[in-house]
Design a protein around this ligand. Structure first.
Ligand SMILES: [Zn+2]
Length: 295
């Protein structure tokens, strides 16, 4: 069995190792419990304090204060053609990290396509870029693992020809049929007829279609994912800015849930400490008794 190895590293003082470890544990649980049974991709997600500690062969997901130039957030290929991702440390960064990790697992090199009927009127069969979190990426469709906000993702059934009752199209069930794009989400594909890339965006009151043009030689240093992300960066940013209230409500709800979780874990920790004390006390008593009886 081939296990994909992902390393989570913070390069900002805003995200402390303690928080990073809690998020890392949530991402690992999401990958093993939720993602692997659906996409058959086994993975480990481990936290490292410094980039220098990341073992060779791991794909790094780096949390930073500044993602620099536009469209740099997301998954890329490094100078050796290996996957790595940059995540901006803004709240809710666990949601972004989960998005990038899951997409890295489903399509490490950002070039995987799956054939399906086009959702754009007038087009036939097209090739969809496999970006498992994009159509339901908004915080309102996210869910919590260990009280930490993580992204919804679509299932392989997302590319089925027809909607069938009872079929799960995305993990939380927010997507109700094949190739459905939810509010705040998007979907990208290649049309072999004119060799152009297209995108459906739900960044306003309704779904809109956009011609992204040809993926030409000059962009070939990039993966399709990087190229498509760059071409939709401004629209996505404008949307995120306009949907702040919806996002805030979802993020606040997750934060409240996180606080309830923290209450439980604190109580749990207290009980473990008390029990440890009791256990050690009992041992000491037993040792003392043995000494006294001269054994
Ligand atoms: Zn994505």
């Amino acid at each position: 069995m081939f296990v994909q190895e992902v390393a989570l590293v913070s390069e900002t003082t805003r995200v402390k190792t303690r928080e990073l470890m809690r998020v890392g544990a949530a991402l690992q649980k999401q990958a093993a419990r939720d993602f692997e049974p659906i996409w058959s991709v086994p993975a480990t997600i481990d936290v490292f304090e410094r980039l220098e500690d990341v073992p060779i062969g791991y794909w790094p997901v780096i949390i930073r204060d500044d993602i620099g130039f536009q469209g740099a957030a997301g998954t890329h290929l490094d100078q050796d053609g290996q996957p790595f991702a940059l995540v901006q440390a803004d709240e809710p960064w666990s949601l972004t990290a989960s998005h990038e990790v899951l997409e890295m697992l489903a399509d490490p090199f950002g070039n995987r396509v799956i054939a399906g009927d086009s959702i754009m009127p007038g087009q036939g069969q097209v090739e969809y870029l496999v970006e498992v979190c994009d159509p339901s990426e908004a915080a309102e469709f996210a869910y919590s693992v260990n009280g930490i906000l993580v992204s919804d993702f679509y299932c392989p059934s997302f590319f089925d020809p027809l909607a069938v009752a009872g079929v799960r199209y995305s993990f939380v069930g927010a997507i109700k049929g094949p190739r459905q794009v939810l509010s705040g989400g998007y979907l990208s594909w290649h049309n072999p007829v004119d060799d152009h890339w297209y995108q459906a965006r739900f960044f306003g009151p309704k779904l809109t279609f956009h011609d992204l043009g040809k993926f030409d030689d000059e962009s070939s240093a990039m993966s399709l994912r990087e190229w498509v992300d760059q071409r939709s960066y401004d629209a996505r940013r404008a949307y995120t800015g306009s949907a702040v209230t919806i996002q805030k409500t979802a993020v606040q709800a997750a934060r409240d849930r996180g606080q309830l979780y923290a209450k439980s874990t604190r109580s749990r920790a207290r009980r473990w400490r008390t029990y440890t004390k009791k256990l050690l006390g009992r041992r000491q008593q037993a040792q003392g008794a043995r000494k006294r009886s001269g054994r």
